[in-house]
Design a protein around this ligand. Structure first.
Ligand code: GDP
Length: 718
């Protein structure tokens, strides 16, 4: 078996010698590095002789100036150790992390050991190691060499990192413009250097590092191209290229420090950190999030919001408004068709949508509170951690959070993602998030079909998130999207009490946008829907099931039969939902509303839906409308962000395809399990589809393995 080579690095006085002695015990061999009078020590790990530990000289940076720096740097680049253990003095974190960023730039897996934990405790300063690890993107272990604490854990973590079969290398994240310049230099380098060192050399060339320039033997043309790239960057940053990198490293470190330093003396920050320990806990975070979401939806859909919506639906738009309007219209002797349009078209449609306003207001209020107090950014942090495990960019979660309001700005927010593949992927999956226009659909299905079950509404939210995460995982394994994630640090502001003003303002703005849409797009749509529902193609007034709408719906509806809702009304609502998702409800309002025939406190408004949908079919309808193509405005945004029609169609196709498959499985299995449906060919088919979907998520990515084997020969050539 090959011996594992671990390199021990750190600043002078970080405690490296102490750690080295603890790790190797009596097995050390001491000599000199070739050609220089720098002491060279190595030894095997006390507990596993197969693990060799190479002690590197104490250094502050990997610049090629002092003999120590040159020795350390040459060893890392030429001897390719399996991993680097970076000893960091926790009492001097900022200065020590400077070396860490450079070690990470080498592309060799790094494990950070924060030493002097005992001393820090005494001084009343703590580092939140989880956050540091998150920010750096590498494993971090707290140790105290003097107290011999944490050493075993450090080795366990390191060996684990080494064993992981698909390690993703994390680089520090720098300014997007610098990253772009580095990418361009990497392109110029092509396969002059082996892929795992491309980024290192891109950085070194950018810094005009003399040793790297010597080592590479670049052609005249390459040198010229690189010099041009550097010149542009220097113009943009108004600084010399080596200064740009130093600044960027420190900026990265400043962000890290802000993220992970806990000041025990500042009581508030300390409490904030304690809360973070719980809500961002590796295991507890998701259950807590689920509970919070459940509580929020319960309050909004069934609780306070529910009463409000019942009243608006049943009393306000159920009798008060239509009765009053009808009397007025009769009084004014308005033509009967006009009366019908106003009462059974506009009021039924727009009213149905506005009926959900009370629930939405409560939901907006809860969301605004969660956002304002800082909880939602913690969730992005937790999700990011999950995403990264699968090689996805954490930045994808900002668009997702925005998309809970509206998909259009959500899709646009993907612009912050530099990596083209990750950006496309994000555009493709962001609109799975239930936006505020989809909430009425959720509230309707939950209220009309599952009045007693409090899980239905939050489940829609989780289906959205699960579709995003699982799609991300599955798609990232395909050739279209494979690649390393862009590094990213989320800033986590300390918790604070939500500010009444900003919460109310946020809620008001969102509610206003909703009402405004009801008065414009939805208003016009209801007129069209009413008209096509009243007349047939010969423009004769006919019963609804012979109308244009029914005829058109009837053509499409067979497609949805396997999903449990093959009725034309479902097809029509889904199609009108493309104009704006609120239309799904507006359409149902017109098709099923039959206002006037409803009793005074007409609980029955939505009960007519039961004639055409079983509860499981309604749920499948909800799932489909949640995941399928978003409204035209969002499709437009996708088109703009994707740039090409082909990519846009791919995205819409994926969304509709996934929506269809998931709804199919939901209905077929749900119908058999909960509604006594009989087992049949479709049940069997749905099991196959389910297995296929699961396989796409859990399978090993084939492509990356192929890419890796391609890498090896070119390394030899290089
Ligand atoms: P090196 O220069 O990086 O090899 O560091 P050393 O191992 O020689 O340690 C430098 C100084 O820090 C020594 O005085 C150590 O006793 C002290 N030291 C090392 N680790 C710890 C620790 O965990 N806690 C404290 N309080 N002191 C430490």
């Amino acid at each position: 078996m090959n011996k594992l080579q671990l390199a021990l690095t750190g600043n002078p006085n970080s405690g490296k010698t102490s750690v080295f002695n603890l790790l190797t015990g009596a097995t050390q061999s001491v000599g000199n590095w070739p050609g220089v009078t720098v002491e060279r020590k190595s030894g095997s790990y006390r507990k596993n002789k197969q693990v060799m530990i190479q002690d590197l000289p104490g250094i502050y940076s990997l610049a090629p100036y002092t003999p120590e720096e040159i020795v350390a740097r040459d060893y890392l680049l030429q001897d390719h150790p399996t991993a680097i253990i970076n000893i960091v003095d926790g009492t001097n974190l900022e200065r020590n992390l400077y070396l860490t960023t450079q070690l990470m730039e080498t592309g060799i897996p790094v494990v950070v050991a924060v030493n002097m934990m005992d001393l820090m405790k005494k001084n009343g300063r703590t580092i939140n190691l989880e956050k540091l690890s998150y920010g750096l993107g590498v494993e971090v272990v707290g140790i105290s060499a003097i107290k011999k604490q944490g050493i075993d854990e450090l080795m366990k973590t390191t060996l684990h990192v080494v064993e992981e079969d698909h390690q993703t290398v994390h680089y520090p994240s720098y300014d997007a413009r610098l990253e772009a310049a580095l990418d361009e230099i990497s392109d110029v380098l092509g396969n002059t250097v082996c892929p795992s060192q491309t980024r290192w050399y891109a950085i070194k060339l950018f810094e005009r590092d003399p040793r790297a320039i010597d080592e590479l033997n670049l052609s005249r043309l390459q040198q010229k191209e690189i010099e041009e790239i550097i010149a542009i960057a220097e113009k943009i940053f108004q600084d010399s290229s080596d200064a740009i990198l130093v600044n960027e490293r420190y900026e990265f470190i400043t962000k890290l420090i802000a993220l992970c330093m806990v000041d025990e003396k500042n009581h508030f920050l300390k409490v904030s950190d304690h809360i973070d320990h719980i809500v961002t806990h590796r295991i507890l975070a998701l259950p807590i999030f689920a509970l919070v979401m459940w509580g929020m939806y319960y309050l909004a859909i069934q609780g306070i919001g529910g009463f409000g919506t019942d009243w608006v639906n049943d009393v306000l738009f159920g009798s008060l408004v239509p009765d009053f309007v009808q009397k007025t219209l009769i009084h004014w002797q308005v033509a009967t068709w006009m009366q019908d349009l106003i009462i059974n078209g506009i009021i039924a449609g727009v009213g149905a949508v506005l009926g959900f306003l009370p629930q939405l207001i409560v939901l907006f209020l809860c969301l605004a509170i969660l956002e304002d107090c800082g909880y939602m950014s913690r969730i992005a942090f937790v999700m990011d951690r999950i995403f990264r495990k699968f090689g996805l960019s954490g930045k994808s979660f900002i668009p997702m959070l925005i998309a809970t309001g509206c998909g259009v700005p959500g899709v646009m927010a993907s612009r912050t993602i530099e990596n083209e593949k990750d950006r496309r992927l994000t555009v493709m999956i962001t609109t799975f998030m239930p936006c505020s226009a989809k909430l009425p659909i959720i509230a309707l299905v939950a209220g009309a079909f599952f009045p007693k079950a409090s899980w239905v509404a939050p489940s829609a939210y989780f289906i959205g998130i699960a579709s995003i995460v699982l799609s991300g995982i599955a798609l990232k394994k395909t050739r279209l999207f494979a690649g390393d994630p862009a590094p990213f640090i989320m800033e986590l502001p300390a918790y604070h009490l939500p500010q009444v003003r900003s919460v109310l303002n946020q809620t008001f703005l969102r509610s206003k946008a909703f009402v405004k849409k009801a008065g414009t797009i939805i208003f016009v749509s209801t007129i069209v829907i009413w008209f096509t529902f009243k007349f047939n193609f010969s423009l004769q007034e006919v019963p609804g099931d012979q109308s244009m709408l029914a005829t058109l719906g009837g053509v499409i509806s067979p497609i949805f039969k396997p999903l449990g809702w093959g009725v034309w009304q479902g097809a029509v609502a889904t199609i009108t939902g493309l104009v704006a998702k609120e239309n799904v409800i507006g359409t149902f309002g017109i098709l099923y509303g039959h206002l006037g025939s409803v009793s005074d406190n007409g609980k029955e408004v939505w009960s007519l839906l039961h004639a055409d949908f079983t509860p499981v079919a309604a749920y499948s309808f909800l799932v489909f409308n949640l995941l399928c193509a978003p409204c035209f405005a969002a499709i437009g945004a996708i088109r703009r962000e994707m740039g090409t029609v082909k990519w846009t169609l791919t995205a819409i196709g994926y969304q509709c395809g996934l929506a269809y498959l998931v709804s199919f499985v939901t209905y077929q299995l749900g119908h058999v399990l909960f509604e006594g449906g009989s087992l049949g060919f479709q049940t069997f088919l749905s099991l196959i589809v389910l297995a296929y979907l699961i396989y796409q998520i859990v399978r090993k990515p084939k492509q990356t393995i192929i890419e890796l084997t391609n890498v090896v020969p070119s390394m030899k050539e290089g």
